[in-house]
Design a protein around this ligand. Structure first.
Ligand SMILES: Cc1cc2nc3c(=O)[nH]c(=O)nc-3n(C[C@H](O)[C@H](O)[C@H](O)COP(=O)(O)OP(=O)(O)OC[C@H]3O[C@@H](n4cnc5c(N)ncnc54)[C@H](O)[C@@H]3O)c2cc1C
Length: 416
């Protein structure tokens, strides 16, 4: 956001409560991110810094040996001349991006915590920040909430709602000695399915030697296991033979970290004098590595509306709202894809291997979810599931889960 605004000549200040570099989950990207990096002039930095190039993704079933895989080069993307994206150490990546915004003209304050957004009537008019024991009110025409899963403004306004389906919990750490795979797949993200409800493990190469490994499952699974983080992590690893093999000589190099309560949406992303972007607006399950791309595109689309607002000196909800419509359109496609995926796991593998559907699935996995009307492959997945439901003795019948896919379930309660 800082980059886009500075490039448009709009004065902006970034308050960041952390001091970068700081660790962060969310290390594997989708290729659509490249378009934003190009627009803000950040691509040369990504190339120069030697992040691990990500050419594809591989999935491993719990019982079978072998994998299904996709490579990004199978389907060229408009405006993107690379057939890879990146895996990143988020400490390093976020720090570089912040520095880039500063170089383009954003004023950056690190170690400065935003305590609340200030309002006059319905209009956001600035922020109250705290640093070194002091509190200062800073006026602004527009406040952009980019506080990630802290969701500062969503909580302040009481518009944060929990996802009714997903309540996952992740335990992750970095390791050396992970066997990353053969056949050109060492630079892929590897996803290992676990034989528990919505359970999977990510394997993401961070450097030549360090690999990020994370176990994701419903929070109930962790509670039921009644184990400490390490015990739980390794017990899950044992349940997928390919994963067990990959981890045989792995040595952990940092502490286990956990992430929970991360599926939610704000009921609004834009109002008079404010927008929410990235995780501060909406978070969907990370199975397809969509988060950073959503954060980047939300900044891109919100900045388009902010430019209009500044030009017209009109900071009303009406001017800013088209951003929300655009972002919701994209994020809901991710969300539907994720729900269909969890509804019937073998379906995903079947669609990936099917000539007729493969490229369309790949397009989604590349992160091409914006400005689309109909997404035929999602309808095809839905129809397939309906057929399985209606056919007695269908091969996949026993594998259907309880996930509702017909109507979008209501968001529930107020999170946090
Ligand atoms: C288990 C798990 C796995 C994931 N895996 C992936 C993946 O592989 N690929 C992917 O793309 N995404 C992944 N994600 C999602 C990804 O982490 C996020 O979507 C992404 O980081 C969102 O970026 P953001 O800029 O919105 O928020 P963040 O990156 O969280 O940035 C928010 C910033 O705001 C600062 N901040 C917070 N509160 C305040 C405050 N009050 N005042 C000032 N500063 C504040 C924080 O210090 C932080 O630096 C994963 C998420 C989870 C939970």
């Amino acid at each position: 956001m800082g980059c886009y605004l500075s490039m448009a000549g709009i004065e902006n200040i970034i308050f960041e409560s952390a001091n970068h570099p700081r660790p962060h989950v969310g290390e594997s990207m989708v290729t659509s991110s490249t378009r934003v990096f190009k627009e803000i002039g950040f691509l040369p930095t990504m190339e120069r810094e030697g992040f691990v190039k990500k050419y594809g993704a591989s999935w491993h079933a719990p019982a079978n040996r072998g994998r299904v895989a996709i490579e990004f080069n199978e389907f060229p993307q408009e405006g993107i001349d690379q057939d890879y994206t990146y895996h990143v150490d988020r400490g390093k990546f976020d720090n570089l991006l912040l520095k880039h915004a500063e170089a383009l003209g954003s004023t950056v304050y690190q170690g400065v915590h935003v305590k609340q957004v200030l309002f006059e009537g319905s209009y956001a008019k600035g922020v109250r920040v705290a640093f070194a024991g002091h509190t200062v009110d800073v006026p602004a025409d527009i406040v952009v909430d980019a506080t990630g899963r802290q969701t500062l403004l969503g909580r302040q306004l009481g518009v944060k709602k929990k996802d009714p389906i997903f309540n996952q919990y992740a335990v992750h750490a970095w390791f050396t000695g992970v066997d990353r795979g053969t056949g050109g797949s060492a630079d892929h993200i590897h996803i290992y399915f676990l034989p528990v409800e919505r359970g999977w493990v990510w394997q993401i190469p961070i450097t030549d030697t360090i690999t990020s490994m994370g176990v994701v499952a419903e929070k109930e699974e962790f509670k039921k296991a009644n184990k400490d983080l390490e015990g739980y992590f390794y017990a899950q690893v044992q349940t997928n033979q390919n994963l067990k093999d990959a981890m045989q000589n792995a040595v952990r190099v940092n502490e286990f970290r956990t992430e929970g309560d991360y599926s939610y949406s704000m009921t609004t992303f834009a109002g008079d004098g404010y927008v929410m972007i990235g995780d501060a607006a909406r978070f969907v399950d990370p199975i397809f590595s969509s988060g950073v791309s959503v954060a980047l595109y939300s900044a891109k689309y919100a900045s388009d509306q902010i430019k209009i607002a500044v030009q017209e000196q009109n900071f009303s909800e009406e001017i800013l709202k088209p951003y929300e419509v655009k972002l919701r359109g994209g994020v809901e496609i991710w969300y539907e894809f994720i729900r269909l995926y969890y509804k019937l796991l073998p379906l995903f593998t079947y669609f990936i291997q099917n000539k007729q559907h493969r490229l369309q699935v790949l397009q989604l996995l590349q992160g091409e979810v914006y400005n689309r009307g109909e997404v035929p492959v999602l309808k095809a997945m839905r129809d397939f599931i309906e057929k399985v439901e209606k056919t007695d003795n269908h091969l996949f019948k026993g594998q259907l889960t309880e996930i509702p896919i017909d109507d979008l379930p209501e968001l529930i309660g107020v999170a946090d």
